[in-house]
Design a protein around this ligand. Sequence first.
Ligand SMILES: *Cc1c(COP(=O)(O)O)cnc(C)c1O
Length: 371
Amino acid sequence: MSATTVGLTFKVTPAVKRAPAAERGRILANPGFGRVFSEHMAIASWERGRGWHDAMVRPYGPIAMDPGTSVLHYAQAVFEGLKAYRQQDGRIAVFRPEANANRFRRSARRLALPELPDSAFVEAIDQVVRLDADWVPSEPEHSLYLRPFMYASEVNLAVHPSDEVTFVLIASPSASYFPSGVKPVTVWLSEEFSRAAPGGTGDAKTGGNYAGSLLAQAQAAEHGCDQVVWLDAIEHRWVEEMGGMNLFFVFGSGAKARLMTPELTGTLLPGVTRDSLLMLGQDLGYEVEEGRIGVEQWQAGCADGSLTEAFACGTAAVITPVGAAKSARASWLIGDGKPGAVTMRLRSALVDIQHGAAPDVHRWMHAVPLA
Ligand SMILES: *Cc1c(COP(=O)(O)O)cnc(C)c1O
């Protein structure tokens, strides 16, 4: 962290015109995901040799960009995703922002971008959420989705680490991922495409990983599946993750259930939800482990009944049960194809902490100081 970035403070210019309460209420009643945005955004600039400067919070609006801006050509950019939740007592708290700040710095390093100090990351969130507190929904499982991102803003077509970088934070009210109850997904095991290879950018949260995944996602849909499951790029055998979510497998049942999630080999994205569930699983008395599971082992475990449940986890949906799996050669049910008991117990335990309905023993919730 250079001296110029210590104590980066955001100059606040509140929006003059605000949406009338009735209009806001109409939007918040059915926000969907990522379609509508709150009224403020944070923005800061970085220049090589100067560091971070001109940090501000201002009314939400377009960013003018020269067509020669580096990020449009070479995708030097990283992002984050986290949520602010209305607490049962009416206050607002953000789930583990320090963990996302930390991952944002690690992703930035991998993409040869400057690191934003954790304090500035959290400060940007505090300022935007404080100003847009009315945009944090209070319906069950609704939230204000926060999207920090950083990109190469230098105007230059020469391939090199950008000498100018822009950080932005926007916020989007979002509805429950499962408006009509938690529904299991069917997954397509992609043996043709790879998401990430050793030495690549699989453990960085960068848009390019998503761009490369869209064709496989389309292929999954053609096979009647909801999501892609990525396998390792070398043997196309070891299960890595699902779309933009990490995977967990449950062996056995009841109090003796054992949770297993693929270990972080460098090609998986280290999810904050994954990390939280490893701790929460232990709190609930389950044996938890980071390990390795192959496609044949997944199928065989379901056939002999030892593998009882599977689920995906991430900020957007918290936990999504996986009901069935399909590959070019086989298709099988996981358990009876319905959401499993361990899956749903973990899900409500985490959702309760996020909404302030259960004790926050790990001090995961960051209270936003409201005016
Ligand atoms: C963001 C993301 C996840 C989940 O991370 P969370 O911090 O739990 O939201 C998993 N996989 C990929 C590829 C991701 O981009």
